[in-house]
Design a protein around this ligand. Structure first.
Ligand code: ATP
Ligand code: MG
Length: 401
């Protein structure tokens, strides 16, 4: 289904005076920031998430607290909203099929089904014009036995339901690979060659129902223990030719999927002079997320339109404008690890630094590795953004970068 234009605010004030309502599947922090962007524009919002105190549910006009496949829940969602989006890729594709039959739904069930499955995803990413890491699909013991030696050392990744480095095991030998596949309960997996990374980056694009596509400049991302820790977003963060190649590849992927919505594509930058770089080139595409992405959170504070604004605009069929970044930015993820011994981190000291934007997601429990919030430092220059972010990291006990 293509999308009609859904103007925000009260419709037909002389008549029923109804408010245009947008729906989102999933109540996490990405849903929360979507809801906040939609509300700022005058939309009403409805979240479907089984968790009674989800970050998005807490701030939405309506919160349907059922399972994602619950028929009544989906019916209520459809009654409430004019269009639906999703905030995480593991929403059952079946639910999006149901929703998509009745309302404009972006991204589509088809696109989400591809992003949910590393095996399908690889095939699409390979058509971006940038190579993927050499890999093998492992669904059977026979495939495991046939794996080429040059894929080791490698990383075994479950085809489905992985995030933040979960569902991944590093293996250096065939024996370790066999043990790893058993540890992952012999579910379908992808074995990827472990590449020598010089850096990682990502590109967020937004594509409308009419095929118009806009993008943010590539972000430079630092991961720690498989979780995004720091994003550096400013001119010169990456060599210009590499940045242009990454943007072109991300747009190709959106186009090739006939994608509608916000899409993030993650890339590896290979160490120059390494044999892998000689074989594959400097840029390798890693994976995609059919939604706004953690590495794009800085756009809330450093750009004239954010990735969440663009999610609202794509869903509602409103015009897309090419984003303009007005400040250099560094984003730090605030993981549950910061709540040492239940003590609240010293936000007062962090907020005393210039250009700090604190975002907390309303989560009540701070588990290790749990994303509790993020902060973005904006500044006039990259050097200032970087040094203030280092000062904030020091206050919070985050290792320097
Ligand atoms: P996300 O939270 O981004 O969804 P994920 O669990 O899906 O993460 P990946 O992006 O596949 O995981 O991998 C997490 C991190 O592990 C990468 O950002 C990178 O640092 C490292 N990594 C993954 N694959 C490789 C590889 N083939 N070679 C080297 N490092 C890798
Ligand atoms: Mg990733």
């Amino acid at each position: 289904m293509t999308g009609p234009m859904l103007l925000p605010g009260a419709t037909g004030l002389n008549g029923s005076g109804q408010q245009t309502t947008l729906g989102v599947m999933g109540g996490g922090q990405l849903g929360r920031m979507f809801v906040q962007a939609a509300q700022a524009m005058g939309y009403f919002t409805v979240v479907l998430d089984p968790d009674v105190i989800s970050p998005a549910g807490l701030v939405s006009h309506y919160h349907i607290k059922t399972d994602y496949l619950d028929e009544q829940g989906l019916t209520q969602l459809l009654q409430r909203c004019a269009a639906v989006t999703t905030e995480f890729e593991n929403v059952p594709a079946g639910a999006l099929v149901t929703l998509g039959a009745a309302r404009p739904t972006a991204p589509s069930a088809d696109a989400v089904a591809i992003a949910q499955d590393r095996i399908k995803e690889k095939a699409h990413l390979a058509r971006s014009g940038v190579p993927v890491a050499p890999y093998a699909v492992i669904e059977t013991a026979a495939q495991l036995a046939l794996v080429a030696d040059d894929l080791l050392p490698g990383i075994l990744k479950t085809a489905r339901l992985g995030y933040d480095g979960k569902g991944q095991v590093r293996c250096s030998s065939r024996a370790e690979l066999a043990t790893a596949w058993d540890a992952l309960k012999n579910v379908p997996c992808v074995l990827e060659q472990r590449l020598p990374l010089a850096a990682e980056c990502s590109v967020v694009v937004a594509r409308g129902w009419d095929g118009a596509c806009v993008n943010f400049a590539p972000q430079l991302n630092l991961h720690r223990e498989g979780i995004l820790a720091v994003t550096e977003a400013y001119e010169g963060n990456l060599p210009p030719a590499l940045a242009a190649q990454a943007v072109a590849a991300a747009k190709n992927i959106a186009e090739e999927l006939n994608y509608v919505g916000v899409l993030c594509v993650e890339f590896f930058v290979l160490a120059e002079g390494s044999p892998a770089c000689a074989r594959l080139g400097a840029l390798v595409v890693n994976e995609m997320a059919p939604r706004p992405h953690n590495s794009g959170h800085y756009t809330l504070d450093a750009c004239d339109v954010s990735q969440f604004d663009l999610q609202v605009r794509t869903l509602a069929g409103l015009p897309l404008t090419q984003p303009r970044q007005h400040s250099a930015a560094v984003m730090l993820n605030l993981l549950g690890d910061l709540w040492v011994d239940e003590a609240t981190p010293r936000w007062d000291q962090v907020l005393a630094l210039p250009g700090v934007h604190l975002h907390l997601y309303g989560k009540l429990k701070a588990g290790k590795g749990r994303k509790m919030g993020h902060l973005t430092v904006t500044a006039a220059t990259p050097e200032q953004a970087h040094s203030t972010a280092l000062a904030a990291a020091k206050v919070l006990g985050i290792a320097p970068f």
